[in-house]
Design a protein around this ligand. Structure first.
Ligand code: ADP
Ligand code: MG
Length: 640
């Protein structure tokens, strides 16, 4: 085996994603903000060693000099003090006060929020009512009030600003903690006997830390502004000490005679706060993984299609004809080829199973058919999907929308997440009906009840008014199937619809789907990882591995004599009732990551009969007989 260069591999393992700093710099506004802020902070840090006159020494002879006169770069103020020196010392004070106030507010506020959210009950009530009390007063009035009580002074201004900002953090963090402390990983920590502080600081805090940091970075500018406000009113820094707000206040009276005295600190406040806010925005974007992956960016109405050539294929009477479909995800510099060239035809009324391990690209294939893969990060890079005689990869969004839920219906795995929790199941079916048929409310309702009966929901009329949470899992999935049937689909795409159900309910749902498909003549593309399910429902089966179909054929023939080693392994994973002696096999190893697919057969790494030539080049899906094909250079023969 060849030793891999460790450092090179490590750098690669970040997912090809740039470092957080690079991401921050890539945002041009944040980069500009960071540059400005860097200069200001560097100047503020260097102030004590710069050759500057004492900021507090007055010199009446040198009053109100214009910038650049007599060696005073920025001029002097009404007492003849050097403005550059005062500006730098003042900026130092403003930054220190603003940052300290932010830190105090963040620490105290987060502690209150964590405690209230985690403890719940009475502690939560008491703490939050205290916070509400602070929030009940107008913000700046409260700060003024606090300073009035404590007396003017920079330190008191700092306390006042911190106190009025505590609710901001406390409310935010409490909400998050409340949600987190009921999550399974916190339960797990509790079950393992961890103490409350350990759970709170070990499990909950790391999850809210990014929010705290983001809130801090976006409020520090605001706090500097508030400190300046108090100083401007004479309640913060006391003469002769300079901070940006007091400088602005002193210059106010001279706005017309010597504008530079107030304009200079004003510009500094503006630049400082703006650069901090730009950097804060950048930090927020970098720290929030959802923003980073583009998941919060609204996905388009249809997956982007970027294909170079459209494969040609003679028209057939198939309800669905897929040719060389390829879908990939791009994150950073990595390209995940989730679907790498799928060919599949479904005849009218035919039920085809799409089988494969988790991550083999089944769901992405199903979603690509009607361009439902979110863009970004998904793109369809090649292929043709013909439904109703038209290539849907070239269709308009309007046409796609008419197909979705109409001629082509989807049923997903988890009915609790696909049904809306706040509407009754009846309303939701009515909505599905009315989206595609011009029916009156009453007619649609009658049809909804009829649909509920058709999926064998007992006392359908009464269930019409039930909310999803009032139904059992099997019942909910029946509702989803009813919604799929609402507009007499030609094709039903079911993505693991029985995986979340227990075995008896699963059998009922499968029987129902089989019956409905026979009754209505709808074709079904049934996605599952379970060969047992396929054998009960499907006429044909397509086995998927690492984004491609590796074997396809009539269900019975494939089950009797699997030709691809992967198919055989998958079948060996299914227990058979009444055959306790049968060897149950797990497949060793894992599928290859789809961003680094090997040359040749993707299954080679795990294949029991692998040969060197398996890894040499692309392996085609070759016909084995007139209705079977396999992607293997030495498939198991049917006799074996
Ligand atoms: P399954 O066969 O279990 O339904 P999927 O079709 O959901 O598998 O996923 C196929 C592959 O696509 C997986 O390897 C997964 O990592 C990748 N994938 C899915 N969605 C994304 C995404 N948004 N970004 C990157 N990769 C993705
Ligand atoms: Mg899936």
């Amino acid at each position: 085996m060849v030793a891999l260069p460790v450092s090179g591999k490590k750098a690669n393992d970040r997912g090809g994603r740039p470092s957080p700093f690079k991401l921050l710099i890539a945002n041009r506004l944040s980069a500009a903000g960071l540059l400005l802020l860097g200069i200001i902070v560097a100047l503020a840090l260097l102030t004590p060693i710069l050759p500057l006159p004492d900021p507090d020494i007055t010199d009446p002879a040198q009053r109100l000099l214009r910038p650049g006169v007599d060696g005073h770069l920025l001029g002097t103020d009404h007492l003849g003090r050097d403005l550059l020196s005062r500006l730098l010392w003042g900026t130092r004070v403003s930054i220190v006060v603003g940052v300290s106030a932010t830190l105090i507010a963040a620490i105290v506020g987060s502690l209150i929020g964590l405690t209230a959210g985690y403890a719940g009950g009475r502690s939560d009530n008491v703490l939050m009512r205290g916070i509400d009390l602070v929030m009940a007063f107008p913000y700046i009035l409260l700060a003024l009030g606090i300073v009035a009580v404590l007396g003017p002074g920079l330190l008191n201004a700092l306390y006042a600003i911190s106190i009025v900002n505590i609710p901001f953090f406390a409310r935010n963090i409490r909400g998050m903690t409340l949600g987190l402390s009921r999550r399974e990983f916190v339960d797990a920590a509790r079950l393992s006997g961890a103490s409350h502080p350990v759970i709170l600081f070990g499990d909950v805090l790391p999850n809210v830390l990014p929010t705290i940091v983001v809130t801090m970075s976006t409020t520090v500018g605001w706090m500097i502004l508030e400190t300046a406000g108090l100083s401007f009113l004479g309640l913060g820094a006391q003469p002769p000490q300079a901070d940006l707000g007091s400088m602005l206040g002193e210059g106010r009276k001279l706005l017309f005679t010597a504008p530079h005295v107030s304009v200079i600190p004003g510009v500094m406040i503006f630049v400082l706060v703006m650069s901090i806010n730009l950097v804060g925005d950048g930090i927020r974007d970098v720290l929030d993984p959802r923003l980073k992956s583009g998941a919060l960016a609204a996905p388009g109405a249809a997956t982007t299609v970027k294909r170079e050539a459209v494969p040609e294929k003679p028209a057939t009477d198939a309800v669905l004809s897929v040719t060389d479909l390829r879908t990939q995800f791009q994150t950073g510099s990595r390209v995940y080829k989730a679907v790498g060239g799928v060919d599949l035809d479904l005849a009218p009324g035919e039920r085809v199973g799409l089988v494969g391990e988790s991550g083999s690209g089944k769901s992405v294939t199903a979603l690509s058919l009607l361009r439902l893969v979110p863009t970004p990060p998904g793109t369809i890079t090649a292929g043709r999907v013909v439904i109703g005689g038209e290539d849907q990869l070239a269709a308009s969004v309007d046409k796609l929308r008419r197909l979705r839920g109409g001629k082509v219906a989807y049923v997903f795995q988890d009915p609790l997440t696909t049904l809306h929790p706040l509407f009754t199941v009846g309303q939701q079916i009515v909505e599905a009906v009315q989206a595609h048929q011009p029916l009156s409310r009453r007619e649609a309702e009658a049809q909804a009840i009829e649909l509920l009966e058709r999926v064998q929901i007992p006392s359908a009329k009464a269930r019409y008014n039930a909310y999803p949470h009032e139904l059992s899992g099997g019942m909910r999935q029946r509702v989803c199937i009813a919604m799929a049937l609402a507009n007499d689909p030609e094709l039903i795409i079911a993505d693991e619809p029985t995986t979340a159900l227990d075995v008896t309910v699963q059998a009922q749902v499968l029987k129902l789907m089989r019956g409905l498909s026979e009754q209505q003549g709808s074709a079904v593309l049934f996605i599952t990882h379970d060969f047992g399910v396929v054998s009960e429902l499907c006429d044909r089966v397509a086995v998927m591995y690492a984004g491609r179909i590796v074997e396809i054929g009539p269900t019975e023939a494939v089950l009797d004599a699997p030709a691809h080693p992967y198919t055989r392994k998958l079948i060996d994973c299914v227990p058979v009732l009444g055959e306790p002696d049968r060897r149950l096999d797990a497949i060793e190893g894992l599928p290859p990551p789809v961003d680094r697919l090997p040359t040749g057969c993707a299954f080679a790494e795990r294949c029991p009969i692998v040969e060197p030539r398996c890894r040499e080049g692309d392996i085609a899906l070759d016909p084995l007989s007139d209705d079977r094909s396999v992607r293997c250079i030495k498939p198991y023969r049917m006799a074996s």
